[in-house]
Design a protein around this ligand. Structure first.
Ligand code: HEC
Ligand code: HEC
Ligand code: HEC
Ligand code: HEC
Ligand code: HEC
Length: 255
């Protein structure tokens, strides 16, 4: 008599075991892959060479503009950290400003040593987007996205800490809703202003003078002021034209 179940069915429990377990393994691997790296990267804060570099002192207290050191942020796909010579402009031994030279002599010796030996200070890189994704740094700064939106309140950081996940979801969240993140172009590096005046106090409202100014500077800079006043757009439409249109299709960031 023929058995009800074919013979290979005997192996079914074993197959099921592997399939189910394989699924569990995949789920764990997936979780590990998607969740864990991001979890660790936010807050990433490597130890820097020498006495390190303090943004709170330089960009906050002394108010040095980001672009004094990060000179390529408006021109290049990649941001840059400054060369030793930029630091030496203030920290060379013979600086007339004795306050700077003497008050911090010991702490800045590593800068002078590097300069003397003609070697670069090996700053550890913090923010990294993987090679298979395209991130044009300058396009963002020039569109009026403040450093604050992606790097946090750097002017208040003694040591730079990664604040955002830099994940694909993070990119797309902003690309779907860019207008909330746009500030007047001349304010992108004024992080305290952006945080307190723009994001916290001033609601994004089309009657706001700064928005109109931003509109003029950022989007319609080829159109004269009188043209803009007479072009018959309602405030809503004005704000609409202000909207940037960041890409959301795969090929924009992966190719
Ligand atoms: C006097 C020079 C100087 C100024 C001014 C300055 N920075 Fe920096 N910045 C550095 C140096 C040096 C490093 C590398 C060491 C470190 O990470 O702390 C750096 C690192 C960074 C990093 C981390 C880069 C990475 O590896 O991911 C960010 C982000 C950054 N700066 C943003 C800013 C912003 C925003 C401003 C303006 C508010 C600013 N910086 C002003 C010198 C400067
Ligand atoms: C425009 C001038 C200027 C430039 C450029 C500059 N510094 Fe300074 N730096 C200062 C001044 C002023 C102080 C002292 C501030 C204080 O004590 O409040 C200081 C302090 C320091 C200290 C001691 C900070 C501490 O923890 O007490 C270090 C380290 C330092 N700078 C590193 C650097 C490095 C590295 C660079 C280049 C990436 C650099 N500086 C570029 C002006 C400058
Ligand atoms: C739209 C988000 C965004 C904005 C706005 C932005 N950054 Fe970045 N920044 C990034 C990302 C993402 C990276 C890592 C890029 C990579 O790995 O190619 C980065 C990298 C950097 C680095 C590291 C460069 C290096 O060689 O290690 C510095 C410095 C920096 N940014 C400074 C700034 C400054 C200053 C501003 C404002 C003028 C700014 N960023 C605005 C997202 C942003
Ligand atoms: C806080 C907002 C914000 C974040 C975060 C952000 N972007 Fe953008 N992105 C923009 C804006 C605004 C533009 C400019 C759109 C325009 O000019 O029409 C843009 C443009 C781009 C462009 C097209 C540039 C060009 O020349 O047309 C690419 C590619 C891009 N972003 C990739 C990324 C990637 C990758 C990430 C994440 C690592 C990211 N962006 C995160 C706001 C953001
Ligand atoms: C705005 C830029 C942007 C767009 C648009 C985009 N990606 Fe990504 N994608 C990224 C970034 C940045 C990463 C790296 C995230 C990380 O560090 O894990 C990434 C990672 C990935 C990964 C690796 C797995 C992961 O999540 O880490 C895959 C697969 C992927 N993207 C597929 C796609 C597909 C398919 C599309 C179109 C539906 C798309 N991406 C559109 C920026 C983008």
């Amino acid at each position: 008599m023929k058995p009800i179940f074919p013979k290979w069915m005997n192996a079914l429990p074993t197959i099921l075991f592997f399939v189910v377990n394989g699924g569990v393994v995949l789920a764990i691997a997936g979780f590990w892959y998607y969740a864990t790296p991001k979890f660790w990267e936010v807050g990433y804060m490597p130890t820097q060479p020498g006495s390190g570099f303090n943004h709170q002192i330089h960009a906050g207290k002394l108010g040095i503009d980001c672009r004094y050191c990060h000179t390529h942020v408006e021109e290049s796909w990649h941001a840059n950290v400054p060369a030793v010579s930029t630091c030496m402009g203030c920290h060379a031994e013979n600086k007339i400003n004795v306050d700077v030279a003497s008050a911090t002599d010991e702490k800045v010796q590593f800068i002078r040593d590097a300069y003397e030996q003609d070697v670069a200070i090996e700053w550890r890189n913090i923010h990294v987007v993987p090679d298979y994704a395209t991130f044009p740094h300058n396009a963002h700064v020039n569109a009026g996205v403040s450093c604050f939106s992606c790097h946090g309140q750097i002017q208040g950081m003694p040591v730079v800490v990664q604040q955002e996940s830099l994940s694909m979801g993070w990119c797309l969240d902003c690309h779907r809703n860019p207008e909330e993140n746009l500030v007047p172009k001349d304010k992108v590096t004024d992080l305290y202003w952006v945080q307190t005046q723009w994001f916290n106090k001033i609601a994004l409202d089309e009657n706001n003078e700064i928005i109109k100014d931003m509109h003029g500077n950022v989007v319609l800079d080829s159109v004269s002021t009188s043209d803009r006043q007479h072009n018959g757009l309602t405030p809503d439409q004005l704000v609409d034209t202000l909207k940037r249109n960041p890409p959301q299709h795969c090929a924009a960031c992966h190719y």
